[in-house]
Ligand binder design. Structure first.
Ligand code: C2E
Ligand code: MG
Ligand code: MG
Ligand code: MG
Length: 291
């Protein structure tokens, strides 16, 4: 009967849900062990000047090498970290590890380098003792605030305006830059851009990937860049994969670019190889001038 079918349906879904809950709970338990077991690590993706292709920043991106499941992407485990409260501890690791790396690179490859770090809203709504801890760490590592960008998403501004704007002011006092990540995908009110004192917007990959073919995406990117510059914001385009996309963005005056065209996210050694290669080019140019 329909009733029996309905009931067996209910049982089926209930079983599925039950499985999902167990699955999720087991991932949370594993994630709790991930830091102490050294399963989390950072990769670094270069962000380059559109004008000359030189590396200006690196974005720190988190990876989880799970002992049984293999690599798990942040799109899966960051939400779990947020809901379970583990994000605070994990976010601390990301900040300190990436700043330690930046301090080393600035000494060896130049003081122009900047580290860009993704921040979850859950981290900022925690008590602010957290932030002073970070600021002390920066000072101890000899890294000025101006060498740090924090990437936040539009939705974060939607739901946490009060707390977030206070935290942004604290960053501002340290000279830290703020970048609005995945711009264009959320429900952003343009008034936020002015009120919150943001330094960079990052045009989302979904706009950039359509750039060469779609007229509308071209217009959108051009409008975003023009508007941003009017508001004295710099623009980073993410997900640039082809020279055609780069050429269009450069023509529109986009300041910085990031994407597989330049480099994928790299382990420390890979990033250093790129930095060394750039150093060599610069020295060659320099020697050429002397001659
Ligand atoms: P996001 O901050 O927007 O980072 C950019 C994502 O685009 C990265 O994915 C990067 O690998 C990818 N990407 C860059 N260039 C290209 C390209 O040319 N083509 C394609 N197809 N992809 C490109 P990833 O590393 O998987 O990170 C996904 C998201 O996870 C990030 O998006 C960010 O929201 C979050 N995330 C990563 N690390 C952290 C972290 O340490 N803390 C927090 N709170 N979130 C993080
Ligand atoms: Mg980001
Ligand atoms: Mg992004
Ligand atoms: Mg994105």
């Amino acid at each position: 009967s329909a009733k029996a079918a309905g009931r067996s349906c209910w049982c089926f879904f209930s079983f599925e849900l039950h499985q999902q809950t167990i699955e999720r709970q087991s991932l949370i338990n594993d994630l709790r062990q991930a830091l102490p077991h050294n399963e989390l690590f950072l990769v670094y993706q270069p962000i380059v000047e559109m004008q000359d292709g030189r590396i200006r920043k690196f974005e720190a991106l988190l990876r989880w090498r799970h002992p049984r499941r293999g690599m798990i992407t942040p799109d899966i485990f960051i939400p779990i970290a947020e809901e379970s409260g583990l994000i605070s501890e994990i976010g601390d690791y990301v900040f300190k590890e990436s700043i330690r790396q930046l301090a080393d690179w600035r000494k060896r490859f130049g003081e122009h380098l900047i580290m860009s770090i993704n921040i979850s809203p859950y981290q900022l709504s925690a008590p602010d003792k957290h932030m002073s801890d970070w600021f002390e760490f920066l000072h101890a590592q000899g890294v000025p605030g101006a060498a740090v960008s924090l990437e936040i998403t539009e939705n974060m501004l939607m739901h946490h305006t009060e707390v977030v704007s206070n935290q942004l002011l604290a960053f501002r006092d340290e000279g830290i830059n703020v970048a609005l990540d995945d711009f264009g995908t959320g429900y952003s009110a343009l008034s936020y851009l002015n009120r919150l004192d943001i330094d960079f917007i990052k045009i989302d990959r979904s706009f950039v990937s359509e750039l060469a073919e779609e007229r509308m995406e071209k217009d959108l990117c051009e409008a975003i860049i023009t508007m941003a510059h009017k508001l004295k914001l710099k623009v980073i385009a993410e997900g640039i994969e082809t020279p055609a996309q780069a050429a269009i963005l450069a023509k529109f005056g986009c300041d910085l670019g990031q994407g597989y065209l330049y480099a994928k996210p790299l382990l420390t050694e890979g990033a250093e190889a790129l930095l060394r290669a750039q150093d060599t080019t610069r020295n060659q140019v320099h020697l050429g001038e002397i001659k």
